[in-house]
Structures are given as C-alpha cells and as structure tokens.
Design a binder for this molecule. Structure first.
Ligand code: 2HG
Ligand code: ZN
Length: 467
C-alpha cells in the first residue's frame, strides 16, 4: 500500500495523492446518497502524460481505477471501492484553444462545463450543452456519459457536439484524436465508442468541441395545457414557426410546478390558475429581431384561439426569461421537499409519450395507490423523468424499498413502447440489470468483446456499464 501511494506520488507529486478519508470525502460522496463509495486513494493528475503514467502504473500493480469528473453523475458511475483508485480530473482543466473561425474549442477533460459556456460566449459563440449540474460537472464526465440536458432538441447530445478526442488507453498509450475537421472520412468511428463508455474502454483527457453562433435573441415562453397530446401538437407548430430553431421544449406536471412554488423561495406560477401540464419552450435566433418574437406570439395566440393551449406567457426581458427557466430547474430540487423519489430517465418516441404516460400512471397507481407521480422532462426529444414521490402516509425508507419493483414496472412499460430505460443519465451501476434484461443479446456480446479488447485486464472502471 505504501509502495502504491509512493509510486503515484512520483507521478503526480505526493500532495496530489489523497489518502485522508476526510479529505477524500468530496470524491466519495455520491450525489443521490444511494451508494456507498470508498477508495484506496484519490489521484489528481495535471497532464495527459500523467494520466497515461497512472494507467500504466495501475496495470503493473493490477489496480482498478475509477475516472471521475465533477462527481455529479446520477447512476453511480464514479463510485469506487476501498481497493480502487479514484482519478479525478479537476487539475486537468485548461482551455487549450478557441477558434472562432472554425467554430471549435479544444479543452482538457477537467474543464467545468459553465466555464466552457462562458469562454465560448466571450468569443460570441455558443457551446450549447446545458444541464442542471453545469456549475460543477466537468466536460470529461459529460463526454464519458454522453450527457443530454435541455438543448438536445436542436443541438443534440454531447456526442453531436464533439469533433475529436484524446484518449488514454488501458495500456497507457495515448490516442491522439484531437481532430478539428468537419469532414474527415477516414477509419472506424472510435470517437463515438469512447464517448458514452463511462470510462470503461479508455479515459478521455481532451476534446475538440463544436461551437455555434451565440444566439443574439431568444424567445422564452411558458404555456399551460390540459393534455400531453396538445403539448406534442404544439411542439410541431413551434418547430415550424421557428424554422426549426426550437432548442428547448420542457414538460412540467402540475404537482412539480406547485411543489416548486410552495417550497422554493421566490418561485411563482405566472398563471392565474393551475394547469395539468406546463411547457417551457425556448427558441434561439442569431438575430436580435422582434420578428421572431412576433411569429412565436402569433403561433401561441392561434393555439390559444383554437383551444390547443389554455394560457401562455412570453418573457419580455432577460429577467423574466430567467425566471421561467428557473422554474424548470427548481422543480428538480423541489421534489426533495415532499420526501423520497424513485427516479426514472426513460424515453419513448414523441408520438407515444402521451399513451405511455397514461399507461405509466395507471400502473403506478395500481401498485401503490397513494404514490405521487411527479413527471417532468424533455418532451421535445421524448425523454421523460417519470419520477415518483413517496405517499404522504408512508415513511421515506419504506417507500424506497420499492425502488427496484417500481423501476421494473416502469422499464417494462417503456420497453413495450420501444423506448429506452436510460435516455440521458447512463448506466453506471444503477442499470446493470436492465442492460441484461432489455438490450439485444447480440449487442451485449459485442460490448463484452470490445471491453475485452480495449481493457483486457478489466481495470478501467470495472463493474460499470457491464457486469
Ligand atoms: C433533469 O432533467 C435532470 O432535470 C435530473 O436530468 C432528473 O433528477 C432527475 O430525475
Ligand atoms: Zn433530464
């Protein structure tokens, strides 16, 4: 053990190897409090070469390592045990280059997402990945998990926002794939094998990201509706009205909005009366014109006129826009005020969301009549967080004992609708059973062969993604 710590210290400097349990607690605390995490030590490399040396050293020592970014992941992908090393990337945090002409930014894995967004903005460019944890999550973690967020509808998932990556392989070699070309049709698509692999095939240490023109104008609206079907119809109308510049189309249930208004200081519902469903829609425009706003206003007015929606507001300035966006952010935090939550991160085709949700409600209520479905999510891309809050008459622990049973019910239904049991949060250790149960067995076999090829000793984030 002393040899291992000394060996790591020789690579990164002894002060960057943490063995003290109090000091390592921020790396072993798991955000949802679902899993116990521990580690032999936390190592903080500053360069790609140091990461490569660490991986080589682990190979010699037969030591498993868990790559970790901002430790904000929801599926336990960065959880370790007492015999494993946590390699955290917070010191590998340089923005290597911004190229406004090429619309690219080259970054190291430990850069905080919000810093990347702000840097892009200073160059009048947008890096569109946007999610609740952006103030603390690292881009390396976003890449490893192919993170989603609220702008996927127009700009895509993390995978769609990357041109090239640098990866440290399990043998300690560095794969120099920092491609910045829009067109490069050579070879297999290794990039997309490593993105989303949750650190099980290789460790992404840097990436070339795609940038976009910074939207000078944005139209932010909130709509009250009676049904999901109307939401789906509104989605199409807004896509057309905005010439497909609709970036965000987020669904919130009445219970979610009411809970945020009740428990989050300063939060309000802009409407006079509650509605079963609310939709936050954002349209980006590269021009600061009022033309687009009028167009969206007209579209919403027509939808009101023909009864598709029941009420709507359009933010008139930046402050009002931020308030509406904050309502969507706050509903996540607010759920904690009404007790334990059994969470889901499922997706089905947009055309099936309405039927799927009705089915999910019926099934949950049949299983536990007083359970409180608290759904919200990214309706624009069919990804719904059909979360379920504990019944008022049941304790948190007792309720959470049903996690597995309720997950199984929900994921079975999702499967019946040709959906995914994990639309944006990944697999980690949370959804290993689901991988075995729902994924195509031929695909699973290929995954195992790829894992064996790229990580023959099984030292890269073992037990995550695949058993
Ligand atoms: C969101 O969409 C996040 O706000 C979190 O993906 C979802 O905590 C959740 O269930
Ligand atoms: Zn989400």
């Amino acid at each position: 053990m002393t040899d291992v710590i000394e060996g790591l210290g020789r690579i990164v400097g002894q002060q960057h190897v943490i063995t003290d349990k109090q000091k390592s607690a921020i790396y072993t605390e798991e955000p949802r409090g679902r899993y116990a995490s521990d580690c032999l030590a936390v190592v903080l490399p500053e360069t790609t070469e140091e990461v490569a040396e660490i991986v080589k050293f682990c190979g010699q020592q037969n030591l498993a390592l868990v790559p970790q970014g901002g430790n904000t992941g929801a599926m336990g992908g960065a959880v370790a045990n007492k015999d494993q090393l946590i390699v955290n990337f917070k010191r590998l945090n340089k923005i290597i280059e911004v190229n406004p002409t090429d619309y690219t930014m080259t970054v190291q894995a430990g850069c905080i997402l919000a810093n990347i967004q702000e840097t892009a903005k200073r160059h009048d460019r947008l890096f569109p990945l946007s999610l609740g944890a952006q103030g603390s999550c690292q881009i390396g973690g976003n890449l490893a998990t192919n993170a989603g967020g609220i702008n996927v509808l127009h700009y895509g998932n993390t995978r769609d926002l990357v041109l090239g990556i640098e990866v440290v392989l399990s043998n300690g070699k560095i794969s120099h794939g920092l491609n910045a070309l829009r067109k490069n049709n050579t070879g297999y698509d290794l990039k997309n094998l490593f993105i989303g692999c949750e650190g099980t095939l290789g460790i992404i240490t840097a990436a070339v990201l795609k940038l976009f023109p910074y939207p000078k104008g944005q139209v932010v609206s909130l709509t009250g509706l009676e049904s999901i079907d109307s939401g789906v119809a509104l989605l199409s109308r807004l896509k057309f009205a905005s010439s497909d510049r609709l970036t965000t189309f987020e669904l919130m249930s009445q219970i979610a909005v009411e809970t945020a208004v009740k428990h989050i200081h300063g939060q309000t519902d802009p409407f006079d009366k509650p509605y079963p469903w609310y939709i936050l829609a954002i349209v980006h425009s590269s021009e600061q014109d009022s033309h687009l706003k009028h167009h969206i206003e007209d579209t919403l007015a027509t939808a009101l006129g023909d009864g598709l929606i029941k009420d709507a507001v359009i933010a008139q300035n930046q402050t009002q826009a931020q308030r509406l966006i904050l309502l969507r952010e706050d509903i996540v935090e607010a759920q904690k005020f009404i007790g334990g939550s059994i969470k889901h991160d499922v997706s089905v085709p947009v055309s099936k969301v309405s039927e799927f949700m009705a089915h999910a409600y019926r099934t949950v209520k049949a299983f536990m009549p007083n359970a409180l479905p608290y759904p919200y999510g990214h309706l624009g891309d069919g990804n719904i967080h059909f979360n379920i809050s504990q019944p008022a008459d049941m304790g948190k622990e007792k309720f959470l004992e049903n996690w597995k049973a309720i997950n199984t019910l929900m994921h079975d239904i999702t499967h019946d609708y040709q959906g995914s049991f994990s639309a944006e949060h990944g697999i980690g250790i949370s959804k290993l059973d689901e991988m075995d149960k729902y994924k195509d067995q031929t695909e699973m076999e290929l995954y195992r062969q790829i894992k064996k090829l790229l990580d023959p000793k099984g030292l890269l984030n073992p037990g995550k993604m695949l058993r």
